[in-house]
Write a protein that binds this ligand. Structure first.
Ligand SMILES: CC(C)(COP(=O)(O)OP(=O)(O)OC[C@H]1O[C@@H](n2cnc3c(N)ncnc32)[C@H](O)[C@@H]1OP(=O)(O)O)[C@@H](O)C(=O)NCCC(=O)NCCS
Length: 269
């Protein structure tokens, strides 16, 4: 893992996120685009979706289009393929008040194991601890976003980390605003990057951390929608999302990848 200032991850991921940050500095006022520190993407489909995410992928390495209808994926992917680009998809899970209600229920029914405590990353968090949390995400196949987003300094959001008695991260959950203010999805936030250390799985740790993130974003930040991308074969993640009122929809995250620029064929788990 590279520890490059505020960027963590594999060298390919760090390079991609630096390109994305540079691009975001130029296009952040364009209401077509969404961003939470990873890759600039389309907030929702536009008339020339293939052209736009193709261009974004060539610049960054990859680019998603959120809220993309599942039924239209074959045509979109054929067009991107004809243009010499690769494709990938995550199912677009979403929850609104269902998520808030389910999260409140989880927090009233369950407690974290007694040896764990929860920290929210912020500017005062030592870089070493952020690096440990990021290492946990990466070991679980989850691509972290830059530390400035995890610390809540950029992008308005939070990253919660459950730690054990040795002050080592055991699990992580993140939620960040991402869509253009004033647009139809302004109050819908990214929620996810859930990761639990393998030796602590099955103890409802991700369930509780994920619920805490939802309740915080709803009550303190005014979030009213929670979205996350789940691979079709990720049974544990889908089940966890469903337990928290975040369920599959008619949409996908339709992702365009330029492997030559990104250095690999998929962005994240
Ligand atoms: C997904 C992950 C975060 C779950 O962590 P966890 O702390 O073990 O999960 P919890 O104990 O809180 O489980 C909560 C719920 O998730 C579901 N779940 C968790 N693990 C599961 C499994 N292996 N199979 C089926 N369902 C599972 C269950 O519904 C469970 O609720 P239940 O115990 O009441 O049935 C963990 O497996 C992980 O880190 N996976 C790799 C990274 C990843 O895929 N992240 C998601 C990216 S979107």
């Amino acid at each position: 893992m590279t520890d490059d200032g505020e960027y963590y991850g594999s060298p390919e991921s760090v390079a991609a996120m630096k390109r994305s940050a540079a691009l975001w500095s130029l296009v952040r006022d364009d209401p077509r685009f969404a961003f939470y520190g990873r890759l600039v993407g389309l907030s929702q489909p536009v008339e020339n979706t293939a052209e736009v995410i193709g261009a974004l992928a060539r610049l960054q390495g990859g680019s998603p289009c959120y809220f993309f209808p599942k039924s239209e994926v074959p045509a979109l992917f054929s067009e991107l393929d004809r243009n010499g680009l690769s494709t990938d998809r995550h199912e677009h899970f979403f929850g609104d008040e269902t998520a808030y209600t389910a999260a409140k229920g989880v927090l009233s029914d369950y407690c974290l194991p007694s040896d764990l405590s929860v920290q929210r990353l912020d500017d005062a968090t030592p870089g070493r601890f952020v690096a440990d949390a990021v290492a946990l995400m990466e070991s679980c196949g989850v691509m972290p976003v830059p530390a400035a987003y995890l610390r809540g300094r950029q992008g308005r959001g939070l990253c919660l980390v459950a730690t054990d008695g040795d002050d080592k991260p055991v699990a992580v959950a993140t939620s960040i605003f991402m869509h253009p203010a004033g647009g139809p999805h302004a109050k819908t936030v990214f929620w996810g990057m859930l990761a639990t250390r393998p030796d602590r799985r099955g103890q409802k740790i991700a369930l509780i951390l994920g619920a805490q993130a939802i309740v915080h974003m709803w009550e303190q930040e005014g979030a009213r929608g929670f979205m996350t991308g789940v691979r079709q074969d990720n049974v544990s993640s889908a089940a966890l999302c469903n337990r928290l009122g975040v369920a599959d929809t008619e949409w996908t995250y339709a992702v365009c990848v330029d492997p030559q620029t990104l250095g690999r064929k998929s962005v994240t788990k």
